[in-house]
Design a binder for this molecule. Structure first.
Ligand SMILES: NC(=O)c1ccc[n+]([C@@H]2O[C@H](COP(=O)([O-])OP(=O)(O)OC[C@H]3O[C@@H](n4cnc5c(N)ncnc54)[C@H](O)[C@@H]3O)[C@@H](O)[C@H]2O)c1
Length: 368
């Protein structure tokens, strides 16, 4: 079987992870590393043993690329995904899928029109404790689910926001919900099912020099009667404190904790002992010294190869990605309008653009 040929676009923190995982992966070959900063493209291409590419348009015109890995700033994901599929390439996009529902819908339309495949990185679904928790819910062992609660207490400081011009901007970052917490929204929806409404409140408490929120609370009510709550911040003092997910059901309660959903921290389930969990992958650690989610990108990349070479199913579909975008857009709209927003969004609500909301930082300026 032919190797799947990947081009990594954006050789920053996560792009370098894509390259290192792809290098050791059976069935994969890297045929290009692209960055608009030439030294970064060169660094990645040297490690990958392939050609450097200095502009995204040059990636599109190449005919030795099957999959474009989008590791660029969040606000570029949608337009670059659409352009890649139109140029005949499959797409593996880093989260978030898009910053607006309109963009997510365009991606799904383009996928249908071009027949190209769209994959989304939601690697936390592979964390051993997360998959055990989901199995307990889906198999009915927790009974009816009353409540899902997730807490993200992470630290992103001035060094982090100065690391890239795009960080902390409404246009390219979209805020802590979109950029840091879309994994957690994905998991809440993966467990809770179909959302019915969203209520949210956001603020910027500790990063006046960025446009976006650094703290928020999102309540999601589900069709099955369960309520989900996400409390999140990037203003935790000094370091990441917690990234947790708790599910409370009729027959038990399970909490997954640690700093990045890597431990079962509480387990009380009728007739089921707490399982021993396999040691998961460590967290992604980035150049700036901060940590992110568990590093399961090899599993995501294996799914891409499996779908393209062996006709396997896509692990996270564009439709599932869209569900997260809809809830995150609803959360921003709820914060702006100070009211509950029903899901699915109506036509006017669909047109709401998070990029155009008022900045939340009090003296927004990249200079601080
Ligand atoms: N799955 C995860 O857990 C995870 C972890 C970290 C980041 N991410 C996502 O990955 C994306 C990138 O984050 P990062 O921390 O690596 O950012 P980064 O700033 O470290 O890297 C982005 C890179 O993209 C390059 N770039 C910008 N515009 C470009 C263009 N038009 N064409 C080619 N290259 C371009 C920049 O020069 C930079 O090198 C974000 O959307 C983020 O949400 C996901």
């Amino acid at each position: 079987m032919e190797d799947v040929r990947f081009a990594v676009v954006g050789y920053g923190n996560i792009g370098s992870r894509h390259v290192s995982f792809l290098k050791g992966l059976e069935g994969a070959r890297i045929t290009g590393v692209c960055d608009i900063v030439p030294e970064r493209a060169d660094e990645g291409a040297t490690i990958a043993g392939c050609e450097s590419v200095y502009s995204f348009d040059d990636v599109l015109s190449r005919d030795d690329i099957d999959v474009v890995n989008l590791c660029t700033p969040s606000g570029l994901h949608a337009s670059q995904a659409i352009a890649s599929m139109r140029a005949g390439k499959h797409v593996l996009s880093e989260k978030p899928m898009a910053l607006t529902l309109k963009e997510a819908d365009s991606i799904i339309r383009t996928e249908k029109e071009t027949g190209k495949k769209y994959f989304l990185v939601k690697q936390n679904r592979y964390n051993p404790p997360v998959s055990i928790l989901r199995d307990m819910v889906v198999s009915g062992k927790l009974g009816r689910i009353y409540m899902i609660s997730s807490t993200v207490l992470w630290n992103r400081n001035m060094n982090y926001f100065r690391e890239g011009e795009w960080r902390g901007t409404l246009d390219l970052d979209g805020g802590a919900l979109f950029t840091q917490c879309s994994h957690f929204i994905d998991l809440i929806l993966w467990i809770g099912g179909e959302a019915l409404s969203v209520n949210a409140w956001m603020d910027n408490v500790a990063h006046p020099y960025i446009e976006v929120e650094d703290l928020g609370h999102v309540r999601i009510d589900f069709k099955n009667g369960c309520a989900g709550v996400l409390s999140y911040t990037t203003a935790a003092y000094g370091r990441n404190m917690e990234g947790s997910l708790m599910v409370l059901g009729e027959k038990g309660c399970i909490k997954i904790g640690g700093k990045y959903l890597n431990e079962i921290s509480d387990w009380s389930v009728e007739g089921v002992e707490k399982p021993e969990i396999p040691l998961g992958a460590p967290a992604n650690t980035y150049k700036g010294g901060y940590q992110g989610s568990m590093s399961n990108h090899d599993k995501v990349l294996n799914n891409v190869i499996g779908v393209l070479s062996r006709d396997e199913d896509i692990a996270v579909t564009s439709v599932q990605g869209r569900e997260s975008v809809e809830v995150m857009q609803a959360a921003h709209l709820s914060d702006v309008l100070r009211r509950r927003i029903d899901i699915p969004l109506g036509e006017e609500e669909k047109a709401f653009d998070t990029r155009k909301r008022e900045p939340l930082g009090t003296h927004w300026s990249k200079q601080g």
